[in-house]
Design a protein around this ligand. Structure first.
Ligand code: AHM
Ligand code: MG
Length: 351
């Protein structure tokens, strides 16, 4: 993408069935709805799509390590073979540090804030990302994903942003989304206003095309997603909630089915489309849970809530938590509104 601001079009073009809508066209047509002053948010989202395509391309080569070379070695093209998660992390940093659209970044793979080098212009936005979530699934050819979260900067001036720009409540996000590298590559994003849209990569033309317009999560589902290997380590409320979901009762649609990929992007994607609940509560070994508030819970929470669902710690709204550190973890429940409300009742002892 060039640094030139993209000017929003005045009259959004109406999408008709069977019409091919590329992601860049869609972003431009909807620029007004996310009050995109100067067009930088549109440009940023287009850059995310490009980054997703670059990572998807590399993900497709996973498993060819014995043929293309081990990580750390030089391959037949004379390039260094990188670990996929390192590649994805660098890809985000390199695509955004000179874009002129962000003033500071943070990655699940980096300890501290990632400043913008002095030689490059700083922009108005703040970008946080988990470059390759679910990376333990790579070698088994199971779906993985990238997650991103975008805020408007709050610090003054034209210099690099600060830690305060990064430690923000999820409710302040101006956009969030993920790229899922599954049986197809999909990009799902929201800029608020109750609108969540999904795009599928057409590999023949290398473009994300609108495939899931206006995603709405069902109010109640029939699937729960949880690592039950930790059942004995769960606290009373979450364990009783699981017991409840497994009980037989036709009138409330129980028992629920269990599905757990172990890649949050894949598990939340299914939850968004089919409904139900994805949960990673605290355990006696990890009372604060495992998943990261800024890189995983907030962006996925925004998507779920914009699609009509709920994201909760079990006692509080995820999106209202004020983070105190970059890599803070959080217990979480997210998904269909009625299912999450039920989980909260068990967590808070109402049931
Ligand atoms: P990662 O960021 O190290 O990949 O860990 C996050 C992943 C999530 O994608 C997934 O929901 C969770 O860890 C699975 O954890 P577990 O193996 O404990 O069930
Ligand atoms: Mg992760």
């Amino acid at each position: 993408m060039s640094n030139k601001a993209i000017v929003p079009t005045k009259t959004p073009i109406i999408t008709r069935p069977n019409q091919v809508v590329t992601i860049s066209r869609y972003i431009l047509e909807h620029a007004e709805s996310h009050s995109d002053e100067g067009g930088d948010l549109s440009g940023l989202l287009c850059d995310i799509a490009l980054t997703g395509k670059m990572i998807a391309q590399e993900v497709r080569k996973a498993g060819l390590v014995d043929i293309l070379g081990q990580t750390g070695t030089i391959n037949v093209q004379g390039e260094e073979v990188q670990k996929l998660d390192d590649y994805a992390n660098e890809c985000f940093i390199k695509n955004f540090d000179h874009s002129g659209r962000v003033c500071v970044m943070a990655s699940e793979e980096e300890e501290g804030p990632i400043p913008i080098p002095e030689k490059f212009k700083c922009g108005d936005y703040v970008l946080l990302f988990d470059p390759l979530d679910g990376s333990s699934n790579i070698d088994a050819n199971v779906s993985i994903g990238s997650i991103f979260s975008i805020y408007k900067r709050i610090s003054e001036g034209n210099e690099s942003g600060t830690i305060q720009d990064l430690l923000r409540k999820g409710s302040e996000q101006v956009a969030a989304g993920y790229v899922l590298y599954g049986s197809s590559t999909m990009l799902v994003y929201t800029t608020g206003n109750g609108q969540v849209d999904g795009f599928t990569l057409d590999p023949s033309v290398g473009e994300f095309l609108l495939s899931h317009a206006g995603i709405k999560i069902p109010d109640k589902g029939k699937i729960y997603s949880c690592n039950e290997g930790y059942r004995n380590l769960l606290f009373d409320g979450s364990r009783r909630f699981l017991d409840y979901l497994q009980e037989e009762d036709k009138s409330t649609g129980r028992p629920y089915s269990a599905r757990y990929v172990g890649s949050m992007v894949a598990d939340v994607h299914r939850t968004l489309l089919y409904g139900g609940i994805f949960m990673y509560p605290g355990t006696s070994k990890a009372p604060g849970g495992k998943l990261r508030l800024l890189y995983e819970a907030n962006p996925m929470g925004m998507l779920i809530e914009q699609a009509g669902g709920l994201a909760s710690t079990g006692t509080e709204s995820i999106l209202e938590l004020k983070p105190t550190e970059l890599h803070q973890r959080v217990p979480l429940y997210m998904g269909s509104k009625q299912d999450v409300e039920l989980a909260i009742e068990f967590e808070t002892g109402v049931r």
